[in-house]
Write a protein that binds this ligand. Structure first.
Ligand SMILES: Nc1nc2c(ncn2[C@@H]2O[C@H](COP(=O)(O)OP(=O)(O)O)[C@@H](O)[C@H]2O)c(=O)[nH]1
Ligand SMILES: [Mg+2]
Length: 197
């Protein structure tokens, strides 16, 4: 698939299930806790400085953002989870919206092909919430890859140690840095492999 990265727009910031797109286009779904580096990864992949907002006070809005990539696929930015300061009603809203999206089986429509990119902070390692998400992905057999974010923060020894630990699950793990651009081509490679299947 030939994708023109100059043709990108935020199609929908969905706070309700009836706002999800129903056109069946492939969805590249970005999942991870608040502050893991999700907006930075989206901006890096799409070659934009500030398409997705990079925030130092994370986790404010609970919407699922659909970026229309050249009218061909969507990048789906899930709301970050596990932010410590989040209110109970926000947590409930998060899981209602996210569960509805992930378990969505549109009636009478062809379901969109989906690839989940699960982001894990390479310094902090997988949190309990990350592990819950990983369990769900393994149960549902949804195609997924893991991206170890902020890899520039680790020295060589810790880098190898963390990557080995994440890879022990048998998953494909891509080291990534929005700062240096490391891993950008590898993530695109995985996306293209998925789209060409
Ligand atoms: N060193 C480093 N910092 C990063 C990287 N990616 C994101 N950050 C920083 O981590 C913080 C959260 O990033 P953001 O993309 O907003 O995370 P989000 O909440 O998951 O969308 C910001 O201060 C970013 O500058 C990275 O690859 N390397
Ligand atoms: Mg963000």
């Amino acid at each position: 698939m030939n994708i023109n990265l100059n043709n990108i727009a935020l199609r929908m910031s969905a706070g309700r299930t009836d706002q999800f797109p129903t056109d069946g286009r492939p969805q590249i779904i970005l999942s991870g806790r608040s502050n893991v580096g999700k907006s930075s990864l989206i901006n890096t992949l799409l070659g934009r400085k500030a398409l997705a907002r990079v925030s130092s006070s994370p986790g404010k809005t609970i919407t699922i953002n659909f970026y229309d990539i050249d009218g061909k696929i969507y990048f789906v930015d899930l709301p970050g989870y596990g932010f410590a300061a989040r209110k109970p009603e926000d947590k409930a809203r998060w899981s209602t919206l996210t569960d509805a999206f992930l378990n969505d089986k549109p009636q009478g429509l062809t379901p969109a092909p989906r690839l989940i990119i699960q982001l894990i902070d390479s310094k902090a390692g997988a949190t309990d919430d990350d592990l819950a998400m990983i369990d769900w992905m393994q149960e549902t057999l949804v195609p997924c890859i893991y991206v170890a974010t902020k890899i520039d923060r680790l020295n060589k020894t810790n880098r190898e140690k963390q990557l080995a630990e994440l890879r022990s699950s048998g998953a494909k793990v891509i080291p990534f840095s929005a700062l240096t651009g490391e891993g950008r081509a590898d993530v695109w490679n995985e996306i293209n492999n998925f789209l060409n299947k």
